[in-house]
Design a binder for this molecule. Structure first.
Ligand code: 5AD
Ligand code: SF4
Length: 446
């Protein structure tokens, strides 16, 4: 039923989300605001009256993807009435340029204005609205998000970053570090628990720096508080910073079985000299020490990381140290990127002196080595049984279920009944470098 008093009454909306899980969760929250204003999800962009593009600016390539999508939307708009706009990191970074550029963009909404998105869209019918400013302090949302998954729920615990790593634009887009009060975090976790969610994924640019000063709660304490909420059985978190790692966090994880034995800890480079130039605040040896601490307390823990190749001045020898770090640590998974100069960052003021060809060949070398490490490791898992949270069905074959193991590996498997949303013990029968395949041997609980 529609309500003509609501500003977006009767409109159908769709999102296109680029970038990280933080953006995915933001889109879920923005969808909540649009629905509260009377709009309804359209499913596809093709059938929407309003399209919101949530953007990422972490690399030049991420930004370019936006401009090609805007082209498509402009074409669509020539054929029928359509409002579209940009939110997220590019909205923040390019707020003055975006509506110019003959872009057809109707609205640009910055992070702090998210609770006003419906109003801004309503006002933009007829004129462009630019709203992008940064403020300090956490602002709690006022309406529930519309979530993509009914199994695994994102909970943002902090936003922004104060680290200013030399290559990174995020402190300029997401702004200063803001921590969500512990009671608000717990209220959302309880709500997810009441709705039968099985897994909680805590989000933030730097979660292990979490501090709720009013209650004196740090990240290790927060994990304990969340684990005490009955219902969800797995807790994950991203992203952590090696510089803020403490042995007490590792001990808290080890003492809390609900916290998955998985840790995403971006190393970026295996060379202490490059790390110094990146202003990361730790050395190769510090990182290796952290890995030893985690593995001594939780031998089964699966580590993953982000890697940048071709950072300004990276020599063949320094790059070799990244390869040797990968060979030594044996990550379960990595995300690797060619360095890309970003506006406003410290690194953008120094020469981007590693050629595109060298960057590409280094990236291929990193990925080839990692593929070999993963293949070798996955082969050792054949015949073992892994507990998997089934999050849906395989896109390629709906008869196959898909999920993730506790270590965050992708597992595709067959089962004799519908197990979406359930924990399943899966016997691993065959493996590839990026996923495991098997069959359900038993359902775990409820
Ligand atoms: N160039 C390449 N990769 C980058 N990242 C962040 N900034 C850049 C950049 N300018 C990578 C880092 C980070 C991940 C989210 O993106 O590895 O951890
Ligand atoms: Fe960017 Fe560094 Fe902050 Fe991560 S910690 S968001 S890489 S500045």
């Amino acid at each position: 039923m529609t309500d003509p008093r609501l500003p977006l009454d009767g409109l159908r909306f769709a999102f296109h989300t680029f970038g990280c899980q933080m953006n995915e969760n933001d889109s879920e929250r923005l969808a909540g605001y649009l629905a509260a204003a009377g709009a309804a999800p359209a499913g596809l962009i093709e059938s929407a009256d309003v399209v919101v593009v949530n953007t990422c600016s972490v690399r030049a390539k991420s930004e370019e993807k936006l401009y090609s999508l805007l082209g498509r939307l402009r074409t669509l708009k020539k054929r029928r009435p359509l409002l579209f706009g940009v939110v997220g990191c590019v909205a923040q970074l390019r707020k003055d340029m975006l509506p110019g550029l003959k872009s057809g963009v109707d609205f640009v909404v910055g992070f702090d204005q998210y609770p006003r998105i419906a109003e801004i869209i309503a006002e933009s019918r007829g004129r462009k609205m630019i709203a992008a400013s940064r403020s300090r302090g956490w602002k709690e949302g006022t309406v529930p998000p519309i979530r993509e998954s009914a199994v695994s729920g994102f909970v943002t615990i902090m936003e922004g970053c104060d680290n200013f790593c030399a290559y990174c634009v995020v402190p300029f887009t997401r702004g200063r570090e803001k921590f969500r009060p512990v009671e608000a975090v717990l209220a959302e976790v309880r709500d997810l628990a009441a709705h039968g969610f099985r897994e909680i994924q805590l989000l933030g640019q730097n979660v292990n720096n979490y501090a709720d000063s009013a209650s004196g709660t740090d990240f290790a304490d927060l994990l304990g508080r969340i684990a005490a909420v009955p219902g969800p059985e797995w807790i994950r978190f991203i992203t952590s910073h090696p510089k803020n790692f403490t042995p007490s966090l590792a001990r808290a994880m080890a003492a809390t079985p609900k916290v998955c034995r998985q840790f995403h800890l971006p190393i970026q480079s295996g060379s202490s000299r490059v790390l110094e130039r990146m202003k990361r605040g730790y050395s190769r040896e510090d990182y290796l020490e952290t890995v030893r601490t985690l593995r001594s307390l939780m031998p089964e823990i699966r580590l993953s990381a982000d890697i940048i190749v071709g950072y300004p001045g990276e020599t063949t020898e320094e790059f070799g140290e990244t390869l040797s770090a990968l060979a030594e640590i044996k990550f379960a998974n990595i995300f690797s990127f060619c360095y890309s100069p970003r506006p406003l960052t410290a690194a953008a003021r120094i020469a981007d002196d590693v050629s595109t060809e060298v960057k590409r060949s280094r990236l291929m070398e990193v990925q080839a080595l990692q593929k070999e490490i993963q293949t070798t490791f996955h082969k050792t898992m054949i015949g073992r049984t892994e507990r998997v949270l089934c999050t849906g069905r395989s896109k390629k074959d709906p008869a196959v279920f898909a999920g993730r193991s506790e270590g965050n590996q992708v597992v595709n498997f067959r089962a004799d009944r519908d197990v979406v949303g359930r924990f399943v013990d899966v016997e691993i029968l065959s493996v590839g470098p990026y996923s495991l395949r098997g069959r359900a041997v038993s359902l775990y609980n409820k």
